[in-house]
Design a protein around this ligand. Structure first.
Ligand code: OFO
Length: 172
């Protein structure tokens, strides 16, 4: 059975994952209507789906442990961006925030001696390492490219390929 404190903290994390999904959906939609950013758009549509899966995993876990996973209300995320660079800066900042929140949860689970929750959260710890690394790499690439149009063309193509390879890998 989950303690009240852990249950509330997990529900806050459910909300955060839902907000991540919304934020990335907005980035996908913004990129979708910009010329030549189809790869970036697909990347964020997929990212948004993944965040929804993270939310669902948490809801199911809370319910399985005798709690109640609360579906959070929808907040409108940032929907327009000054530049592609801004989008990826937001992406990294968001992932850093999520990692901090997961770390706090892990700490709390240990303090409360809730080893099942501690164990459950390890998947999120690894996931955040991956996502932060990816967001950092993409920011570095954009930094190198600057305003170079052919560089941006390749960036968009590579990010689409990356996503497609990743999806193919996950479906096996
Ligand atoms: Fe939910 O994985 Fe990143 O944010």
């Amino acid at each position: 059975m989950l303690s009240k404190t852990i249950q509330e903290a997990l529900n806050a994390q459910i909300r955060m994952e839902a907000e991540s999904s919304q934020a990335y959906l907005a980035m996908a939609s913004w990129a979708d209507i910009q010329p030549g950013l189809q790869g970036v758009s697909e990347f964020f549509y997929k990212q948004s789906d993944e965040e929804r899966v993270h939310m669902l995993k948490l809801i199911r876990y809370v319910n399985e442990r005798g709690g109640f996973g609360v579906v959070p209300p929808l907040l409108q995320p940032i929907i327009t961006f000054q530049s592609l660079k801004r989008v990826f800066e937001e992406f990294l900042a968001h992932e850093i925030k999520v990692s901090e929140s997961i770390n706090d949860l892990v700490h709390m689970a240990l303090q409360e001696k809730d080893y099942a929750t501690h164990n459950f959260l390890q998947w999120y710890v690894s996931e955040q390492i991956e996502e932060e690394r990816l967001a950092r790499t993409l920011n570095e690439k954009l930094e190198l490219i600057g305003e170079d149009k052919s560089g941006l063309y390749l960036f968009d193509r590579d990010i689409l390929n990356y996503r497609m390879q990743q999806s193919a890998g996950k479906s096996h």
